[in-house]
Design a protein around this ligand. Structure first.
Ligand SMILES: [Zn+2]
Length: 198
């Protein structure tokens, strides 16, 4: 007997489609597994580069669905059967991603009411934040999809200050693949300073 699905897809106010609670969900409930192809870090880099190239040609941007599983492997969640990839980012999320025993799962981090949209912190690196505007609409929204632990830095960056010529816009190198706990792109459980610089 298949366990009942706690989620359902629907149109999202945040971005296109999203996943929503099909029932009331209690804090800490395991909601859905983030599935995909297991790839080596090297393969993941190639996938990353490729979708970054694509993103230059598409307004929508090439979404990257890489999650670090461990030191050697990542999960590429860009497969149709990975329903969890529809979950949107929020600056005030109700879910988080956990890696355990080689699997990636989305957990509730608060009680979630039926029909509420599920979200987690994508944990993107601050670099190239302009490429990832956030429309989560929560009170905590900083306007961009950036890992929670880097949002203060972002706020400082965005704060009005004396005009500086061409504010530190770095050449668009690849976005660093860093996520704090939750990510579409990587590092599931970053050890201190888990920042992968490219
Ligand atoms: Zn936001």
């Amino acid at each position: 007997m298949a366990p009942k699905k706690l989620y359902k897809r629907s149109q999202s106010k945040i971005h296109k489609r999203g996943l929503f609670a099909a029932y009331d969900i209690v804090d800490e409930t395991q909601i859905i597994q983030y599935i995909g192809n297991k790839v080596t870090n090297k393969e993941a880099d190639d996938i990353y580069d490729e979708s970054f190239e694509k993103s230059k040609n598409h307004k929508e941007g090439g979404a990257v669905y890489l999650f670090e599983l461990n030191k050697r492997y990542q999960i590429d969640g860009n497969v149709p059967e990975n329903t969890a990839r529809l979950i949107n980012h929020s600056c005030d999320p109700n879910c988080e991603v956990e890696v355990e025993k080689g699997e990636i799962w989305i957990y509730a981090i608060k009680d979630i009411k039926k029909d509420e949209e599920l979200s987690y912190d994508y944990g993107y690196d601050l670099e190239c934040f302009e490429d990832h505007p956030c429309w989560c609409g929560t009170d905590k929204c900083v306007g961009y999809i950036v890992a929670e632990d880097q949002r203060n830095k972002l706020k400082k960056k965005l704060a009005p200050k004396k005009p500086v010529r061409s504010s530190v816009k770095k050449k668009k190198v690849k976005k660093t693949k860093t996520k704090t706990k939750t990510k579409k792109k990587t590092k599931a459980n970053p050890p201190a300073g888990g920042k992968k610089k490219k």
